[in-house]
Design a protein. Structure first.
Length: 429
């Protein structure tokens, strides 16, 4: 009897202990209290798993109630995959996007407006983010940047030295003079790689749109919401571009098939004198040819200055499981701590002034031209106000190709492109 009671008591104690352990496990923050935030991005394949793991660890240390899950996909096809996931109601909580996608994704209902969250932040939070990224779509802010940068001029210092050129061209006329002087087809040395390849249509960012701004033109009139690049200034910009390619022949042959990949490879090979590129190109050149001798300057000015500003942007999706937790991550990565960590570990241009002004970044000589470029007049990112920027860029690419192939005059091509743009813009009022 006593032995039976002893065994029963032992079982009760054991069972109670198991219940306590089970309850502790159920309520333990490590086991279940942490909210998962899934971040869909293409950066893991670019910057490496080690860098992303360090970022994840830093965020989770400051936010122990959240587990960050990295959902990586290659950049090629990322846009289309995001749309498919949305249609299947399987979008992750936070989605990294390009400036070209914001308006399109917002109109599809994929993105959550951030305005109510931003309104609760101190004024300094947004004041330190470049004004370019304050641009709203339909009166709402849908994104925050994690990196930014404007297009500037990379130039090969060895080619310049061998040609007796003291420094980078500062005006359109100087650019033409330098381009002609350095070009030597027999030695397979060219001034630049003109890129009119159809994919990716972001080639317009480097070759065409900055020229239109420098000529004194604009892409879209914000008041009328109509394309205005078919102005005399726009026509002058395209005619100048085509003259350099067709008449002066200062560009690597194959303008219709050359794209970003070819442009970067040609410059890295050391036989191209100049390249229009963003700060992301520094890491790319280091990977392609760490021994290449080059420097970076602001873009040559025409009637005025002008460049395109791009960036990688985080968004909270409308299908996020916990939107408050998703916002916490977006806010952290676009805040001073996150931007500094991201810039130091990836080499990206900081998307915050309070980080870009820190001594460690100012010591990075190659990046300073981008800081200067973004402070000059007409540093713009019109893509944030383009409802279907990918398609609109393709339209422009096709029409500039038509001018290069002498199928149309610059005026006719731009008029036709403007008509197509206005159809898209008009349909999204």
């Amino acid at each position: 009897m006593g032995e039976h009671m002893h065994r029963s008591l032992t079982n009760v104690v054991r069972n109670c202990a198991l219940c306590v352990l089970a309850l502790a496990a159920f309520t333990s923050p490590a086991a279940s209290a942490a909210t998962e935030v899934r971040w869909a991005q293409w950066k893991t394949t670019e910057v490496g798993e080690k860098t992303m793991a360090e970022l994840k660890a830093a965020f989770e240390k400051e936010n122990p109630d959240i587990t960050l899950t990295l959902v990586d996909s290659p950049f090629t096809g990322f846009h289309d995959k995001a749309v498919v996931l949305f249609q299947a109601k399987k979008l992750p909580d936070v989605l990294l996007v390009q400036v070209d996608w914001v308006a399109e994704f917002a109109d599809l209902g994929m993105l959550e407006p951030l305005d109510n969250w931003i309104a609760k932040e101190p004024k300094s939070f947004m004041d330190n983010i470049p004004v370019t990224f304050h641009q709203k779509w339909r009166g709402k802010q849908y994104y925050l940047p994690i990196e930014s940068g404007a297009v500037a001029l990379f130039y090969n210092t060895e080619i310049f030295k061998n040609a007796g050129i003291a420094g980078p061209p500062k005006t359109w006329d100087e650019y033409v003079e330098v381009a002609k002087k350095v070009t030597n087809p027999e030695k397979k040395i060219f001034a630049t790689t003109a890129t009119l390849q159809g994919e990716p249509p972001t080639n317009m960012t480097y070759d065409i749109y900055p020229l239109i701004l420098q000529a004194g033109g604009n892409l879209i009139d914000e008041k009328t919401n109509k394309a205005v690049f078919n102005s005399p200034a726009g026509v002058k910009a395209i005619e100048r571009y085509v003259t350099l390619v067709n008449k002066d022949k200062v560009a690597v042959p194959g303008v219709l098939s050359n794209g970003e990949k070819e442009k970067r490879a040609n410059f890295a090979a050391g036989n191209v004198a100049m390249m229009f590129e963003g700060p992301w190109g520094i890491a790319i050149q280091k990977q392609l040819n760490p021994n290449l001798k080059y420097d970076i300057a602001t873009l040559p000015a025409g009637a005025t200055t002008g460049t395109m500003v791009r960036g990688s942007l985080n968004t909270v999706t409308t299908q996020a499981q916990d939107k408050e937790a998703a916002w916490k991550f977006v806010r952290w990565l676009s805040g001073p701590t996150g931007i500094e960590l991201w810039s130091k570990s990836t080499g990206a241009f900081p998307a915050r002034r309070d980080v870009a002004e820190q001594s460690w970044f100012k010591e990075k000589k190659l990046f300073q031209a981008f800081s200067q470029q973004m402070q000059l007049p007409n540093a713009r990112s019109p893509f944030l106000g383009m409802p279907n920027a990918v398609q609109m860029n393709k339209i422009m690419t096709t029409e500039v190709q038509n001018v290069v192939q002498e199928k149309k005059s610059a005026k006719q091509a731009l008029d036709d492109a403007a008509a197509e743009w206005n159809k898209i813009l008009g349909a999204t009022k």
